[in-house]
Design a binder for this molecule. Sequence first.
Ligand code: COI
Length: 358
Amino acid sequence: MPASDLQVSSEISTKHSADGGKYADGVNWDDLSFKVTPTDYIYTMKCNDGDEFSQGYLIPHGNIELCPFAGILNYGQGLFEGLKATRTEDGRIMLFRPKENALRMKMGAERLCMPSPSIEQFIDAVKQTVIANKRWVPPPGKGALYIRPLLMGTGSVLGVGPAPEYTLLIYACPVGIFHKGRAALNLYVEDKLRRATTGGAGGVKSITNYAPVYKAQKEARAKGFSDVLFLDSVTGKNIEEISTANIFILKGNVVSTPALINGTVLPGVTRKSIMEIALDFGYQVEERVIPLEDLLQAEAFCTGTAVTVNPIGAVSYLTKRVEFRTGKEALSQKLYETLSGIQTGRLEDKKGWTLEVN
Ligand code: COI
């Protein structure tokens, strides 16, 4: 580690032990949404291709320097993760299942031919990022500190292939609710554009999975819809994923979500948690192929780190529109209350899902 970075790290520990418990100035904590708010520090750790990640460190939040030849810029060799730190009423700061994000990053790194940090390195790096940006963790009940780990090929490459150097970079940002008021979504089923293909990278959190949904999203929003539901690329008949979230349906006592088998659906940490909570509630839970027609008869909701659990109010496909039950009686509301209760310390965490940071 260069001497200048060592200096930055020691300044951080002094500054934050003196500052403990205070909130960042100039933030309207009552009106957080999901938008860019730069915080104090980012974490960075580098590694050459074929080596292992070793020593990472914190640097002040700011722009990063990349060579124009960087693999991430030219060939999209990059992954991201998303997880949240929340502040409890009694002043603790908690992460939600960070090991799951570390494991998913490992899986994605393998798919994109990148080295990845160990589980311990990932969790330690996330913790350091949260502690360094502690004053940006919103007050209890006001939102969360969203932590965004990026793993990217930062080495120079022109011939198409894995970059010679990689960087894990973690930044953080205070966020509130992704869809304002957790309003029920009005989804448009995209009948032409596809999000993921069998054997592709839809099942890992590749950076390249997101920009391709913009066109469908933009067109749907122009028609008054809130987001897009994508169909499978082979038959165009089965539902797979919303642009940034997994989907669930409820019919009778059965909660179903699209299976991961084709590698086209992201293995969401919230998806996995909601399946467990629904089982605890006594529902039967299925991961399966879900034909569009099944959706057109049920309660539906979506899950993700950013959205948590959000009800779906309506789905439109071509000329057909179906409306779903939402509100206090909906299962999605009960699932949301339980999940967010565990995440914020309002409910006892009997599953060992939370990890205290401070
Ligand atoms: C998340 O829920 O953390 C995601 O990655 C979705 C994001 C693109 C907003």
